[in-house]
Structure formats: structure tokens, C-alpha cells
Design a protein around this ligand. Structure first.
Ligand SMILES: [Zn+2]
Length: 159
């Protein structure tokens, strides 16, 4: 995926592996000139950083069709993508999913988020209307606690 290779298609269909400035094939120079500069190639860095296999897949397709990736490199990336799919989500993703399940469980029982982290997670998962409702629960709970009433810690239904 380096921009310094010739990369022009050879008779066998593979991308030429000579360094661009030392490629002995005259026809390849013309192909390189007609091709957009390698700097213009989109970078997969974002897709990799975000662990976004879908974006990486589209990037790979673009690169293959543009002849900027050698077939061995393309199949290596492709194999790794398959492997990553088989491994499944990262532990962080599992963690987030578990947090969401726990949060939904609490909310189902009328318990508002309790920590800053839970509020942040709720803000990612729910819309503004739902969040406003949770804040109402939290307020009602706080009021209960301040009154020291027998419902302390439990939600008073707004309905
Ligand atoms: Zn060449």
C-alpha cells in the first residue's frame, strides 16, 4: 500500500512491484502518469482506529479497483478482516453492551441512572425525551431522599 511502488498492472494482472523510480517497463511509466497521485488515495487510518470493518472493506474495494493494492496485500487484509469477524467484538464492546443491558434493566424498573458514567451511556442510547423522563425520576428520587420519606430510593411515578 506504499505509494513508492510502480503498481502498474502487469500481464499477469498483479500490480508491478518495482519501485516507481526504478521500474524497467516503459509502458508502466505512462500508466503511472495517468493514475492519480498516490497521495490522493484515501487512508484506512480512520476505519482502523474506529475498528470499523465495514469502512475498511469499502476502502479495500476502492483500493483494489484503483490498482493501489497488490493482490497479495488485498488478500492478507481480507483474511485479517475475516479473522476479526470470527473473533467477534472487542472486550470493550462487550463491556459497553453489558453496561447497556444493565442500564436498560434499571430503567425498566423505574430506576434512573445513578452515576455520571450511567448518564453518559444513557445519553448515547436514548433520545432526549427519554432522558428528560429519567431526569424527572432522578429529581423525584432526590426529593424523596431529602424528605427522608418511606419511599426514599424509589421512584414516584410521574403518571
Ligand atoms: Zn512497473
Amino acid at each position: 500500500m506504499s505509494g513508492t511502488r510502480c503498481g502498474a498492472p502487469t500481464r499477469g494482472g498483479a500490480a508491478c512491484r518495482f519501485p516507481a523510480d526504478r521500474c524497467p517497463h516503459e509502458g508502466h511509466a505512462r500508466v503511472r502518469l495517468e493514475r492519480p497521485a498516490p497521495e490522493a488515495a484515501p487512508s484506512p487510518a480512520g476505519a482502523i482506529r474506529e475498528r470499523d470493518l465495514r469502512a475498511l472493506g469499502w476502502w479495500l474495494i476502492e483500493e483494489i479497483l484503483a490498482g493501489r493494492v497488490t493482490p497479495p496485500a488485498a488478500s492478507a487484509v481480507n483474511r485479517m478482516m475475516h479473522t476479526l469477524l470470527q473473533i467477534g467484538p472487542t472486550p470493550e464492546a462487550d463491556d459497553l453492551a453489558l453496561q447497556e443491558v444493565a442500564l436498560r434493566g434499571l430503567l425498566m424498573h423505574g430506576v434512573p441512572p445513578r452515576t455520571d458514567a450511567e448518564w453518559r451511556r444513557a445519553a448515547e442510547v436514548f433520545d432526549d425525551e427519554a432522558l428528560a423522563e429519567f431526569r424527572r425520576w432522578a429529581r423525584a428520587e432526590r426529593d424523596d431522599l431529602e424528605e427522608g420519606g418511606e419511599y426514599a430510593g424509589r421512584r414516584t411515578s410521574p403518571a
